[in-house]
Design a protein around this ligand. Structure first.
Ligand SMILES: Cc1cc2nc3c(=O)[nH]c(=O)nc-3n(C[C@H](O)[C@H](O)[C@H](O)COP(=O)(O)O)c2cc1C
Length: 187
């Protein structure tokens, strides 16, 4: 049976204080449907993946991250685009979370993705690459809607508040879709 409250773990692939992608995640938290709770996990302290370290023991922050993914009903990943790809920060975090065999946190985890860039293509290449990675982890990535926010710097005011109504609607559609997507796997 599906729990009453849907717990979603969100993380953005940017460590920047004024990150637009973090701001998009913040808006998702604000706009989430009543029964959905989105928590923002900060990737700043996740160390670089090293198989030797992993063999000895996962660092505490990695254990916290992996447990948070396991406990969540779904993930919301918000990715910037760096050099036509996902940032290393995000890939690194996913590499840690991909490990653990049948207990791997990302295995069969429902995931919604979105991303924003000041550029015109709205993180299309990064999102395509992210989907590719999440095929390998055998995660359940939501097919649609796709949310690609171009010219993202025009969508927020100086204080980091969303000013673009359409962007808000896209995010809401994504979250409503995620709700249905999760239910699909909990019938
Ligand atoms: C190393 C680097 C590479 C970038 N490459 C791309 C790119 O390929 N495509 C793109 O649209 N933007 C690119 N950008 C611009 C980012 O989209 C922009 O800095 C964005 O604001 C980063 O996300 P954030 O605001 O969440 O930190 C790049 C930025 C950096 C720092």
């Amino acid at each position: 049976m599906l729990k009453q409250q849907i717990n979603v773990l969100g993380f953005a692939g940017s460590l920047r204080k004024d990150s637009f992608n973090r701001a998009l995640l913040r808006e998702a938290i604000n706009l989430s449907p009543e029964e959905m709770k989105i928590t923002d996990f900060d990737l700043t302290e996740i160390p670089m993946f090293n198989e030797d370290v992993e063999k000895a023991e996962d660092p505490d922050i990695v254990t916290t991250f992996k447990d948070a993914i396991r406990e969540a009903d779904a993930l919301l990943i918000v990715t910037p685009e760096y050099n036509n790809a996902i940032p290393g920060v995000l890939k690194n975090a996913l590499d840690w979370a991909s490990r653990g065999g049948k207990e791997a946190p990302l295995l069969k985890k429902p995931i919604a993705i979105m991303g924003g860039t000041p550029g015109r293509a709205g993180t299309a290449q990064a999102q395509a690459q992210l989907r590719q990675t999440l095929i390998t982890t055998r995660s359940l990535v939501m097919v649609e809607p796709q949310v690609l926010i171009s010219e993202v710097h025009r969508k927020f005011d100086e204080q980091g508040h969303l000013t673009d109504e359409k962007t808000g609607q896209y995010i809401q559609r994504l979250l409503n879709g995620l709700e249905d997507w999760i239910k699909h796997f909990n019938k």
